[in-house]
Design a binder for this molecule. Structure first.
Ligand code: TEU
Length: 540
């Protein structure tokens, strides 16, 4: 890939700064910790780091409640350190992508504080969605919209004298008031935020909740069924223009600066509209991640993904995990692998050995497909979901708002194990208790232990990412399916590369003549066992 096309084929590593590495010994990860682990990331072979929000934040939603978009939370470091990190990463060939959260701000953001102070009817309140309540005394919510974390999407403001007054909209936690994207200040402010970070050398922006920004200002109720673009706050037409504006800004910095949308939409054609020329460069494809472990379902999802991206000339992306979903090793080890956020349950029988095996196969399959690959910290170590965090230690609002029914997303956000036999496993330089408790069973899953084990998940990821980077047949481009029956996903890339994944109950024959280049498990008498992927070099 040329340097301006790097993103079409890149491997991009998501760092959750709170849980990556702690350099100052306070039990929370920080930028100095990331800096000290750059050699690890370079050796892993990733092209870019995407940082989950690192801005000053009260952490009502793990940093997705941003109080100041132009600064760094003191827990993590400061702006100068971020600039140093961006430079140092680039020096080892790693670009930086940051997370921008345009749908909402923190309730501690200066704008929201000003809006509270200025009171009903003020221009300050117009940047948000303040409304009078319904009911005789305004005591009822303005409409029936629900928060992503459960309960109404509205909270009521209390005036300084204690009397309740207007309500404000928050599609997420109460500490995340939604911005009014119909307001010029909001548009202009975000253009300046983009420039601020592009000026500091970032290569890309991950756009949080990218399909939710625009709202129907008449705030109608959500119906069971809406025509495309007619939902009161999902996937509205206005978004296309907002992102065209963002694209113009990115383009002034050059073709190597990119915009990646977090766009959860069931309709592939609607999704593709965001990837048309002049709109966003890229968006997370959640289809693979949300498919059950099933040949037909995965194949359908892969085909649909490739078709839809080809139709607009955008590269596909492949994602197995992120900070919002159950870790793949656990997900694929469950009796029912069909994906739902509610599969974060404690009561599902899980076979972790099977899950681990499938996660290895899934990674090789996804990394062989055309496009970019996103991996989430700890995925390369094969960390399982931590399902026994004591309720009082869980920080995720998903948990609190559901009254503790949903365990929330913290099980995939546990601090990384780097070395040693017991917590904090080298996460912190001193024996402190990390912000989330680590299991006592992770000694074999530390980066150090896995680096020394040629059969580890880390060794597999390193080998696969290296091949992926070096072989021009991989990365962006076409794919030719190979028919090995309905229980096998097999395809060729270029003249001499093939990937084969076996979902059938027993071993299958590999195409010949070929040599196995990399396999997720050892072959059995030259045959590929079930729940496994092999990468082949075909004799041409
Ligand atoms: O997630 C947006 C989003 O759509 C989520 O509601 C997602 O469906 C849910 O988290 C799945 O469990 C982004 C971030 O990735 C998430 O961490 C934030 O909580 C959310 O935005 C609000 O900023």
């Amino acid at each position: 890939a040329t340097s301006s096309d790097w993103w079409r084929t890149a491997a991009i590593y998501q760092v959750y700064p709170r849980s990556f590495a702690d350099a100052n010994g306070d039990g929370t990860g920080d930028l100095a910790g990331v800096r000290s682990r750059l050699p690890y990331l370079a050796e892993l072979g990733v092209d870019a780091i995407w940082f989950t929000p690192w801005y000053p934040s009260p952490m009502a939603d793990g940093g997705y409640d941003v109080a100041d978009y132009r600064s760094i939370d003191p827990l993590f470091g400061d702006l100068a350190e971020a600039e140093g990190l961006i430079r140092d990463a680039l020096a080892v060939g790693i670009r930086t992508i940051i997370d921008v959260v345009p749908n909402h701000v923190s309730d501690r953001h200066a704008w929201f504080q000003a809006a509270l102070e200025a009171g009903p009817g003020s221009p300050e309140r117009e940047r948000f969605w303040f409304r009078d309540g319904s009911g005789e005394h305004g005591e009822l919510v303005p409409n029936g919209w629900e928060s992503e974390f459960g309960g109404p999407a509205w909270s009521r403001v209390t005036a300084p004298d204690g009397t309740p007054e207007q309500w404000y909209l928050h599609l997420f936690a109460p500490g995340q008031p939604d911005l009014n994207w119909g307001h010029h200040d909001v548009v202009r402010e975000h253009e300046q935020i983009l420039r601020f970070w592009f000026d500091r050398g970032v290569a890309g922006i991950r756009i949080d909740s990218a399909a939710l920004l625009a709202k129907d200002a008449s705030l109608p109720d959500v119906l069971a069924d809406h025509d495309p673009g007619e939902h009161p706050y999902v996937d509205r037409e206005e978004l296309q223009d907002i992102y065209r504006g963002w694209r113009r800004i990115a383009d002034t910095y050059g073709p190597d600066r990119i915009l990646i949308g977090e766009i959860w939409l069931p309709d592939a054609e609607r999704f593709a509209r965001y990837l048309r020329p002049g709109v966003l460069h890229s968006a997370f494809n959640f289809g693979f991640m949300t498919s059950p472990w099933d040949a037909a379902a995965l194949r359908r999802s892969i085909e649909e993904t490739l078709d839809v991206h080809d139709s607009v000339g955008a590269p596909a992306t492949w994602v197995l995990s992120n900070h919002d979903v159950t870790r793949p090793v656990t997900r694929y080890g469950r009796a029912d692998t069909s994906f739902a956020f509610e599969t974060k349950r404690f009561d599902t029988p899980t076979d972790l050995a099977l899950g681990h095996r499938r996660a290895r196969a899934a990674a090789l399959l996804a990394m062989a497909l055309p496009g970019a690959y996103y991996l989430y910290q700890g995925e390369e170590l094969g960390l399982p979901e931590v399902e026994d965090i004591p309720a009082e230690r869980i920080d995720d609002p998903m948990h609190a708002r559901s009254g503790g029914v949903d365990p929330g997303r913290d099980g995939c956000r546990v601090p990384l194990p780097w070395s040693g036999d017991a917590p904090p496993y080298g996460f912190s330089p001193v024996p402190v208790e990390p912000w989330l408790p680590q299991p006592g069973t992770w000694a074999g899953l530390t980066a150090a232990a896995e680096a020394a084990d040629p059969g580890s998940m880390l060794a597999l990821y390193r080998a696969a990412l290296r091949i992926r980077r070096d072989d021009p047949d991989l990365g962006y481009g076409g794919l030719t399916w190979i028919d090995l029956g309905p229980d096998v996903i097999a395809f060729r890339r270029g003249d001499d590369f093939a990937s084969v994944t076996n979902f059938s109950g027993g071993p299958v024959d590999l195409p010949t003549p070929a040599q196995t280049w990399l396999a997720s498990v050892p072959l059995e008498g030259g045959r590929l066992p079930t729940d496994a992927t092999a990468w082949l070099r075909l004799d041409s």
